[in-house]
Design a protein around this ligand. Structure first.
Ligand SMILES: *Cc1c(COP(=O)(O)O)cnc(C)c1O
Length: 232
């Protein structure tokens, strides 16, 4: 088995164990392989190993890989999206996980309408209130959602977050829980869950098991699958 294959098997096993331990069905949690800085050749190897869902942070890098790899893979955008790149993002991705402001949502709506596409999106929430991080503050999420759910070509699937970094994964638990509770509150108001079950994208290499225990439906895992990225 390749190193990637071994990593994938280990991550999937631990995901399933975390789900079962929390009384959840393992298939309710999807693995997004965070593949920034990973070559198309290695993504192909990952696909041959059975991983078909990838998350990319940079549009140009992602597009080059998509062109090379063809249409059988599914891609989520998980990076910071500039409004002037909205068209490209709508064209390329199956989901945009990082919508955190109305201006961006409106730009996505415009291009989705022009392309006659309904664009699945997540609202990114800055649960740790870190000034350097993207995402809307939790108390502003409702106001944003009230506007975004009215945009006919966007489908708000749920929430996404990147909590502060901790050495100890347990330390991230309150942030994951906060995202789950916020989603439940918004769903109770009819602002989430309009098009299927509510998605919670949370958890990375260091803390995906805790995130799954707290209700993650999407975990974004890079290093634990592909190894350390080259320093930039
Ligand atoms: C890189 C990245 C990940 C994956 O991080 P790892 O620690 O390598 O698993 C997850 N989410 C986002 C938004 C990322 O940019």
């Amino acid at each position: 088995m390749t190193v990637f294959g071994e990593n994938l098997a280990r991550v999937r096993e631990r995901m399933a164990a975390a789900a079962r331990g929390a009384g959840r069905i393992p298939s309710a949690v999807r693995l997004v392989a965070a593949s920034k800085k990973v070559s198309a050749a290695r993504i192909r190897e990952a696909a041959e190993g059975g991983q078909l869902l990838f998350g990319e942070n940079y549009l140009q890098e992602a597009e080059a890989k998509m062109v090379e790899l063809g249409a059988h893979l599914t891609w989520h955008f998980i990076g910071h999206l500039q409004t002037n790149k909205a068209r490209q993002a709508v064209e390329l991705f199956a989901m945009i996980e990082t919508v955190d402001r109305l201006k961006l949502a409106r730009a996505l709506e415009k291009h989705a309408a022009a392309l006659e596409k309904r664009m699945p999106v997540l609202i990114q929430v800055n649960v740790g209130r870190e000034p350097q991080k993207a995402g809307i503050l939790p108390e502003k999420a409702e106001e944003l959602l009230r506007e975004v759910v009215e945009l006919p070509h966007l489908e708000v699937k749920g929430l996404m977050t990147m909590p502060p970094f901790f050495e100890q994964p347990e330390a991230a638990r309150p942030y994951f829980r906060q995202l789950r509770l916020l989603a439940a509150e918004l769903a109770a108001q009819g602002l989430l869950g309009r098009s299927g079950p509510v998605e919670l994208s949370m958890g990375m290499s260091g803390d995906y098991e805790v995130a799954i225990e707290e209700g993650a439906t999407l975990v974004r895992v890079g290093t634990a699958l592909f190894g350390e990225r080259d320093p930039q």
